[in-house]
Design a protein around this ligand. Structure first.
Ligand SMILES: Nc1ncnc2c1ncn2[C@@H]1O[C@H](COP(=O)(O)OP(=O)(O)OP(=O)(O)O)[C@@H](O)[C@H]1O
Ligand SMILES: [Mg+2]
Length: 356
């Protein structure tokens, strides 16, 4: 896992990676909506969450614990901050990997005040003993802190003032059932449609002071893979291009030329995504081919292909995972401007999809 993340981080450089890195976090903070009303899209989640918060305010109680799940870059951290803001409560931030011992969690919990919002990012990566302590804290607002080891160990009960836990995860499936069940509300964030991404690009351009035309915004939105983080990143790169190569205004043509320079195509595929489907179609006749072979052929780690490129290709319907290997669909052949073989290798109809 650690290893995989290190590799993903090393791979970044890609404009279309959904994860944020380094300096990007500071820019993101400036672009984050601060209130629920400013959030673009995610209408259902917004309405449901709004209700949870308003009802809690009306009762003068802390809101139920909230779990935010969904792929990277869709707004989980943003919503966690908004929850605290809307409740005018202090936000305490931590993350699963930072909680390696139950004691780490006990230390955080013992410092909490009434009404605090505790945000645990990547909650699926918390250690098991900490997880168990968290169940108890969520339900009973108390935990047992064990002092000492062996027969002499004693458990000291610790009362915790009512608080709201906001957990975020990209892998809801990895959360143990008992933990998942203790959240009163789960928000599953969905990819954004073009209209919402368009609004996000306009909003960010306003905040960054970038001048942009309607069709310039639409061009960026349509290449953003349904992900606000990517939309904001493409906007910043196109802004650079507009500033250096044009008169600073992001028009349709400037956006198109800028994104071409950065190798992001009309559908938002980047160099690696295209390499994967090109290799699959040109060298392996469309597959099926094993993921390891495919990774070697494109000169990348298997995990990078599997975790970085493949999800989007599958989502686009360009690639299918079958028990015998990866297969390119007719849509992938078309996207490359190639004729699909008359006898499509395997799939199309109903491919047997693997779950992770
Ligand atoms: N609904 C939205 N409206 C406007 N901007 C948004 C929205 N959601 C996300 N963004 C923008 O996208 C950026 C990334 O969002 P955020 O950091 O909340 O994603 P995340 O789901 O926490 O990702 P990760 O899984 O990597 O932690 C934010 O800086 C924000 O500017
Ligand atoms: Mg986040």
């Amino acid at each position: 896992m650690e290893d995989l993340e290190a590799r993903e981080a090393a791979y970044l450089g890609s404009l279309t990676a959904a994860e944020a890195e380094g300096d990007e976090r500071a820019v993101e903070a400036a672009l984050r909506p601060k209130t629920l009303a400013e959030v673009v899209g995610q209408h259902r989640v917004r309405e449901q969450l709004g209700l949870v918060l308003e009802a809690a305010r009306g009762r003068g109680r802390v809101p139920d614990h909230v779990l935010l799940s969904g792929p990277p870059g869709l707004g989980k951290t943003t919503l966690a901050m908004i929850i605290a803001h809307e409740m005018t409560a202090p936000l305490r931030l931590t993350s699963g990997p930072a909680i390696t011992h139950a004691g780490d969690l006990a230390a955080i919990l013992s410092g909490m005040n009434d009404g605090d919002v505790l945000f645990v990012d990547e909650i699926h990566r918390m250690s098991r003993p900490a997880e168990e302590m968290l169940y108890m804290a969520m339900e009973d607002f108390r935990v047992d802190v064990v002092i000492g080891k062996g027969p002499g160990a004693t458990a000291i009960p610790l009362e915790i003032p009512p608080f709201t836990l906001v957990g975020a995860t990209t892998r809801a499936g990895l959360l143990p059932g008992p933990l998942r069940d203790r959240f009163g509300f789960t928000a599953r964030l969905e990819f954004y449609d073009a209209a919402d991404l368009d609004l996000i690009v306009h909003r960010s351009a306003g905040l960054l002071g970038v001048e942009l035309t309607e069709d310039g915004a639409a061009e960026i939105a349509s290449r953003s893979r349904g992900t606000p983080r990517i939309a904001n990143r493409l906007l910043r790169r196109v802004r650079d291009y507009a500033q250096v190569k044009a008169d600073g205004v992001v028009t349709h043509d400037v956006a198109r030329r800028g994104l071409e320079l950065y190798e992001v195509d009309e559908l938002g595929l980047d160099r690696l995504d295209r390499a994967v489907i090109e290799c699959l179609c040109r060298h392996f006749g469309g597959g099926p081919v094993g993921i390891s072979t495919l990774a070697v052929a494109v000169g990348e780690e298997r995990e990078t292909v599997e975790e970085v490129a493949e999800p989007f290709l599958v989502r686009l319907g360009f690639l299918a995972r079958t028990p015998r290997g990866r297969v390119a669909t007719a849509a992938a052949w078309r996207h490359l401007g190639l004729d699909a073989p008359p006898q499509p290798a395997d799939v199309p109809g109903e491919p047997t999809l693997f779950e992770e």
